[in-house]
Write a protein that binds this ligand. Structure first.
Ligand SMILES: Cc1ncc(COP(=O)(O)O)c(C=O)c1O
Length: 452
């Protein structure tokens, strides 16, 4: 019998998170305090994060124990299945073996609860009562709302305005889990008011929503901030994905040649690939591809330098690939990929040639999503469909070269709340948008030059 799903028992949920910092050839440069330009210390971060997460942020220990209270909630949906995409392979007539690790089985529908749950747990333990955060597509906001509910924390979610209107049911899901949801930019924060003054019609962006959430958290002692991607501790929590996938590949008697995941702030590709990356660092022939939209081409067209993580400049300077923190990407449907920066860990590994990047316009991405839905049946999140597009391209190349290749695709979420995106695609209403190089250069020219 040819197996389609490779399933692990609950006892195989990883008990530790894997910290790639223990093994990467070059560590990322430290975050810098915006006023002093000195590396940030724990004191600089403790206004918005609990100490346990700050410790994880800077730790270079290879393994970090997962608390039992977190494992108990992971057990509601983990381990997630690894599928062999036999029907997609047949449709492509490819000799490649395509596998996908499906994170859409989480209650929020994506990989995001892998980190929202521990973040809520550590905040609760530190005595925090309320969390403020941002959300692009609504996936992270849902994950945080869910986690807040699990641990009895209040949550306020600044949801990028374009997504707020595109996805009303995401908002309702968050409210069902007890969160307060606001369309960002709001008039509740200084950062939001400033954007609205300049452009009352602003569609919002992740950079703006992060500013609002950070400002909210910094202004209240009972409130902390939680970020759904980018930071080291977020990438760390996501490594449950790749650790499980490694075990599942052992069961399948296979090993990936190419690992492909979409990348917004980078935690998805980090979580999927980092547990395999050590093999590459040790010389194994393995490609890792981070896939992004052509309209927000952070790795493929951005620069590696210090920049803020948000629009208003409230975060430390992070050394990362960036398009400039005041870059507002067009309102494409993959809201979770509309971020100007990239995780410092992924950025460093990309800079050192251990990770590659690809970028696609959204019409080709939706074509790939429809082929996937028509063969593998799952309707993918528009973000995840970027990775599907690259996986299909690689499988077609394998066919043209007559090579057997093993592809691991990160299916980071389902698209069941993304029907407006599919409706627009089916009605022929999706426009492709290649961000003009001169606009990127312009945004980058406004960045401070920090040489260290
Ligand atoms: C389904 C899905 N996949 C991927 C991403 C991008 O994730 P990351 O920031 O971890 O790269 C998002 C972000 O919201 C998402 O919702």
């Amino acid at each position: 019998m040819k197996e389609t799903k490779i399933l692990l028992p609950e006892k195989d949920i990883p008990r530790r998170w894997y910290n790639v910092m223990a093994d990467m050839p070059n560590l990322p440069a430290p975050p810098l305090h915006p006023a002093t330009l000195e590396p940030c210390g724990p004191d600089d971060l403790k206004a918005i994060f609990p100490m346990s997460l700050i410790e994880q942020e800077v730790s270079t220990e290879r393994w970090v124990e997962i608390p039992e209270e977190v494992l108990e909630i992971y057990r509601l949906w983990r381990p997630s299945p690894l599928y062999r995409a036999r029907r997609l392979e047949a449709a492509l007539n490819t000799p490649a073996r395509i596998y996908y690790k499906y994170e859409g089985v989480s209650p929020a529908g994506s990989h995001k609860p892998n980190t929202s749950i521990p973040q809520a747990y550590y905040n609760k333990k530190a005595g925090i009562k309320r969390i403020a955060t941002e959300t692009g597509a609504g996936q992270w906001g849902s994950a945080l709302a869910l986690a807040g509910r699990m641990f009895g924390l209040e949550s306020t979610v600044y949801m990028v305005k374009v997504s707020y209107h595109q996805k009303p049911y995401r908002r309702v899901a968050m409210e069902t889990w007890g969160a307060e949801v606001l369309a960002s930019p709001t008039d509740r924060t200084q950062s939001g008011r400033k954007v609205l003054e300049a452009d009352p019609e602003s569609p919002g962006s992740l950079g703006i929503a992060i500013s609002e959430a950070v400002e909210d958290a910094a202004g209240r002692v009972d409130t902390n901030y939680a970020l759904g991607s980018v930071l080291n501790h977020v990438c760390l929590h996501q490594t449950v994905i790749g650790q499980e996938a490694r075990k599942q590949f052992e069961i399948a008697g296979d090993y990936p040649d190419i690992i492909i995941g979409c990348s917004g702030g980078g935690s998805n590709i980090a979580g999927l690939s980092f547990p395999f990356l050590l093999d590459k660092i040790n010389g194994r022939d393995l490609r890792v591809i981070a896939v992004e939209p052509s309209s927000c081409p952070t790795l493929t067209k951005g620069e590696y330098r210090y920049d803020f993580g948000d629009l208003a400049g409230l975060t430390p300077y992070l050394m990362m690939y960036t398009l400039g923190h005041d870059f507002v990407p067009p309102g494409i449907h993959a809201g979770g990929l509309r971020y100007h920066g990239e995780a410092p860990l992924v950025s460093r590994l990309f800079h050192d040639g251990l990770i590659e990047a690809a970028a696609w316009p959204q019409s080709g991405v939706f074509e790939a999503a429809l082929l996937f839905a028509g063969t593998e049946a799952i309707i993918p999140a528009p973000e995840s469909a970027h990775a599907i597009k690259s996986a299909i391209e690689e499988a077609v190349t394998a066919r043209e070269e007559g090579k057997e290749r093993v592809i691991l695709l990160g299916l980071s979420g389902h698209g069941n709340f993304d029907m407006q995106a599919y409706a627009d695609y089916l009605a022929g209403k999706l426009a492709d948008y290649e961000y003009p190089d001169e606009k990127i250069r312009e945004a980058l020219s406004r960045l401070p030059v920090i040489s260290r």
